[in-house]
Design a binder for this molecule. Structure first.
Ligand code: HEC
Length: 219
């Protein structure tokens, strides 16, 4: 009886670790085979469903006639639009014209310009919108510049108070002289290159191509 007891204790003491190691080994080798990178694994055969891939349905493009009535948007580098707007005397309500990337003559309004300042992810993927920092609370806004409205943009930067006039960022209607042009074309890494924190090569020269405005004369 005593000997039996010792025997079973020994079986347990030495048998359990062996069983444990066998168990772990089985977990590893049974599904994966003997290669340590599991490359001998036998994958189940792929059974294709008998349904062929469906061809995605699409709506026919609405064609509404000749130039000017199609309502076609214009693909254009962002700075081309800003340039046209500033050089046209930065109108608030009147439309201004610019030439799209494909040579079409297009028309846009200040609302289209605002998109360039108000939308995040626009100048490059991950870009904060200009108005994130240049918002209407001008004492707290970066460079005391409010880009969230027409009045704010015209009032300019470095304003001491909401009533005060600041530095003109529109170059008095000459794009190449404007601070807007300067900060958008400064090389990335410059602490005045906008949108602030722009990584190198974030957008091509002239800015990202955006879709806005209306085509008035097809090329
Ligand atoms: C993450 C915050 C941030 C974003 C986003 C941002 N700015 Fe700025 N901006 C600043 C700061 C900070 C300054 C002041 C930089 C300095 O003077 O060193 C500045 C300065 C400027 C200035 C110059 C003002 C002056 O008087 O010096 C202009 C113009 C400007 N930003 C336009 C823009 C435009 C346009 C966009 C969007 C394309 C933009 N900013 C996006 C933070 C930002």
């Amino acid at each position: 009886m005593r000997r039996d007891f010792t025997f079973w204790v020994l079986v347990l003491v030495f048998g359990m670790p062996v069983l444990f190691v066998l168990f772990i080994a089985a977990l590893n080798f049974i599904p994966c085979g003997f290669a340590m990178d599991c490359s001998q694994v036998a994958l189940p055969e792929i059974i294709h469903t008998p349904i062929p891939t469906l061809i995605p349905a699409s709506m026919p493009i609405v064609q509404t006639g000749g130039a000017g009535t199609g309502g076609a948007k214009c693909a254009v580098p962002a700075m081309t639009v800003l340039e046209a707007w500033v050089n046209a005397g930065y109108p608030e309500t009147d439309a201004f014209q610019f030439v799209a990337a494909n040579g079409a003559t297009c028309e846009a309004t200040f609302d289209d310009v605002m998109v360039l300042f108000k939308e995040g992810n626009l100048w490059y993927s991950g870009a904060p919108a200009c108005v994130t920092c240049h918002h209407s609370n001008i004492t707290a806004a970066a460079a005391n510049l409010d880009m969230s409205s027409y009045a704010g943009i015209l009032a300019g930067s470095r304003r001491a108070s909401p009533e005060a006039k600041g530095n003109d960022i529109l170059g008095g209607g000459v794009w190449l002289n404007s601070m807007l042009y300067e900060v958008l074309t400064l090389p990335s890494g410059n602490q005045r290159a906008m949108p602030l924190g722009r990584p190198p090569g974030a957008f091509p020269e002239g800015g990202p191509v955006v879709l806005l405005g209306q085509q008035v004369v097809t090329p």
